[in-house]
Design a protein around this ligand. Structure first.
Ligand code: ACO
Length: 323
């Protein structure tokens, strides 16, 4: 059988770092409030003219270098984003063009903060069925462009960034000791559409709109769905949560992450947390966090990882991956 294994990973943050104190100069908030309620200390904002595909390309170049592959061997480009460069074409095709990649398959995936989990699942399905051989999977966002800086309950939470992975299909034994994607789980519940959305869009208003959120409802559902997705994906592979070396959750809020860790009975040293450094970068948050934990040496070959996310829609998903 074929398995999708990760050959390389890379990430990119825009140059401009914005601390809580800097934000508090123009927004009615404080460093203390933001740290206490969310754990966030800083975020990064893209420069004027720096687009989602620019961030995606910078992360992709690092992932390609890390994998040591020929870019021309990539035949699938997936970009998970809710902040595309343009309404169309897909940001994935902009990435394809900027990287000088040959003809292949390229499209965007829109599942908000769960976008990377959705993209990994789609890439895995295409790889293990032999439809493509090598995938570049990216989560990239410029959420700073859809924030209402007059709404202190949302604008302090988000930042821009990108993370990318190179995956390849390889022959494997089919056992849980294999490297690569061992299981994926996805879900969505459109009844929760109104809790987290952007109040504009091509077809509804012909505008871009800004982010709106019912923070308390999002918090409640996030803890539940993130935990359930992790439990589901581990069970699918016939493994136990105690087998998991690291949980790499979507980075929205320290309190959400801690609550999920507690429900899954995983101690803090088994949970990767970067929300303090990056804020919530939506679809980019998982590959950004994973890249940090790989590069600082915490994660090594053979480790069992659970990646889980939840976002607007609501959408959620998890991936069980042996590094
Ligand atoms: N600075 C100072 N005060 C603030 C701020 C701010 N940035 N934002 C809100 N407040 C005030 C409110 O006005 C309110 O004041 P009041 O009591 O005088 O009315 C008070 O703080 C408490 O507000 P709450 O909304 O009750 O605060 P809560 O403790 O629920 O925290 C938060 C709000 C951080 C948004 C929380 O609900 C949360 O984290 N929700 C999850 C949201 C999230 O992470 N979304 C990310 C996208 S979805 C995802 O990625 C899973």
């Amino acid at each position: 059988m074929l398995r999708s294994i990760v050959l390389g990973i890379g990430s990119y943050l825009p140059a401009r770092m914005v601390t809580n104190d800097e934000l508090a100069q123009t927004v009615d908030t404080s460093d203390e409030w933001i740290r206490e309620r969310t754990g966030i200390t800083r975020r990064y904002f893209a420069a004027e003219g720096e687009t989602t595909s620019d961030l995606a390309v910078a992360a992709a170049m690092r992932a390609i270098e890390d994998a040591g592959i020929e870019p021309a061997s990539i035949d699938l480009v997936l970009v998970a984003t809710s902040t595309p460069d343009n309404t169309f074409p897909a940001t994935a095709t902009a990435v394809q063009r900027k990287l000088g990649l040959p003809v292949g398959v390229a499209f965007d995936i829109q599942a908000v903060c769960a976008g990377f989990a959705y993209a990994l699942s789609v890439a895995d399905a295409m790889l293990v069925t032999g439809r493509v051989r090598r995938a570049l999977v990216i989560g990239a966002e410029t959420f700073s462009r859809i924030l209402d800086f007059g709404d202190r309950s949302t604008c302090v939470l988000f930042g821009d960034g990108a993370g990318a992975m190179i995956l390849s299909a390889v022959e494997a034994s089919g056992r849980v000791t294999d490297r690569g994607v061992l299981a994926t789980a996805l879900g969505a519940d459109g009844r929760q559409y109104d809790h987290l959305y952007v109040d504009g869009g091509v077809s509804a208003t012909r505008t871009v709109g800004v982010l709106r959120m019912n923070g308390r409802e999002v918090f409640r559902h996030a803890v539940q769905r993130l935990s359930e997705a992790a439990i589901e994906v581990v069970a699918k592979a016939g493994l136990r949560l105690a087998d998991v070396d690291y949980l790499i959750p979507h980075q929205a809020n320290r309190r959400i992450i801690e609550a999920v860790g507690k429900r899954l009975d995983l101690s803090a040293d088994h949970v990767v947390m970067t929300v303090d450094q990056h804020a919530n970068t939506s679809a980019a948050s998982i590959p950004l966090a994973l890249d940090v934990a790989v590069k600082d040496g915490r994660i090594s070959q053979g480790d069992l990882l659970v990646l889980n996310a939840m976002g607007g829609g609501f959408t959620w998903g998890a991936t069980l991956l042996r590094w």
